[in-house]
Ligand binder design. Structure first.
Ligand code: HEC
Ligand code: HEC
Ligand code: HEC
Ligand code: HEC
Length: 204
């Protein structure tokens, strides 16, 4: 009888503890590895070279922007000496709010939008050559944000607007400024900027 009770106890602990760890959305269980890890595969033309597309985009320059003159001007108003080291700026200008020192300079990297990749970056956790949907679903279980496709428009919008908000220290003071027109989600979700298409073409 005792053995059975102990066994039930162990099973309960295992089942309560284990799935809970995996369900935390982008929370403490998954960590950031940096865009260079994604490049190992997503730098291949065969699957669309999303790395190259990203590297040409403003997101890849978001950290460098904090080193510029304009950033200093803004920072001064908030009594911030070094915007490139301050969480009030890095919060949106770097992956994972800039808390991971080794990848701060990549700016807004892959994982800012796709979720912390410590588990899903492994091929076995996010690639299924016979069924892309299966691969996608598995990746989500391992920390990838579900932001793809029309069905996820709302989630995607929330993601983009979490940084593209008027409540940011760098939002221009002059409301008639052209910057205001950059904010609406229609602009953001068009995913185009000059010659850069954020849509990352991939096999259909
Ligand atoms: C070991 C190689 C490999 C690594 C490393 C890798 N990926 Fe992938 N990823 C793939 C392949 C292959 C696919 C599926 C391509 C296809 O279906 O044509 C894919 C698919 C994806 C998808 C699309 C999922 C879907 O179906 O919509 C996203 C998003 C993605 N990867 C993001 C990332 C990010 C972010 C990283 C880095 C944290 C990363 N990947 C690292 C190989 C890799
Ligand atoms: C982690 C914060 C963050 C998230 C999430 C984010 N962005 Fe950005 N985005 C930025 C920053 C910071 C810049 C400015 C980069 C620079 O020029 O230094 C930027 C710039 C841009 C630009 C260029 C704007 C311009 O006019 O120069 C576009 C377009 C854009 N983002 C689209 C998107 C879309 C679409 C999404 C959601 C899928 C998104 N962003 C999610 C932080 C973010
Ligand atoms: C809530 C998110 C967020 C925070 C916090 C934030 N930024 Fe930004 N920043 C953005 C986004 C998004 C853009 C791109 C806006 C666009 O082009 O549409 C941007 C753009 C910029 C630009 C380029 C603006 C231009 O006119 O060319 C500078 C400079 C800048 N930020 C500096 C800072 C500094 C300095 C701080 C800290 C005091 C800071 N940001 C904090 C989200 C943020
Ligand atoms: C600013 C946010 C943002 C950044 C940064 C970003 N992505 Fe994406 N990515 C998206 C969004 C949004 C989609 C889904 C677009 C859709 O479904 O229309 C996507 C789709 C993808 C897909 C699937 C493409 C497809 O055809 O459906 C892959 C693969 C991918 N991203 C890889 C990457 C990699 C690798 C990086 C870094 C080198 C990266 N992404 C950086 C927002 C981003």
């Amino acid at each position: 009888m005792y053995k059975i009770i102990i066994l039930i106890f162990i099973i309960t602990v295992v089942f309560i503890e284990f799935p809970a760890a995996g369900l935390e959305e982008g929370g403490s269980s998954f960590t950031y590895v940096g865009s260079k890890v994604c490049r190992e595969c997503h730098g291949e033309d065969a699957i669309g070279n999303q790395y190259k597309i990203w590297a040409m985009s403003p997101h890849a320059k978001a950290y460098n922007t904090l080193l510029g003159e304009k950033a200093s001007e803004i920072a001064e108003k908030y009594n911030i000496a070094s915007p490139e080291k301050n969480s009030k700026c890095l919060q949106c200008h770097a992956t994972g709010k800039g808390r991971v020192e080794s990848i701060v300079k990549e700016g807004v990297g892959c994982e800012s939008c796709h979720g912390p990749g410590s588990e899903y970056h492994k091929a076995s956790n996010h690639v299924d050559y016979s069924s892309r949907e299966n691969g996608y679903r598995r990746a989500i279980r391992f920390g990838m944000y579900p932001i793809r496709g029309i069905g996820s428009l709302k989630r995607r919008e929330r993601l983009c607007l979490s940084c593209h908000t008027k409540e940011r220290p760098c939002f221009p003071e002059n409301p008639s400024s052209i910057y205001e027109f950059r904010i609406p989600i229609q602009t953001i979700d068009s995913l185009w900027k000059g010659d850069v298409n954020f849509r990352h073409p991939l096999r259909k």
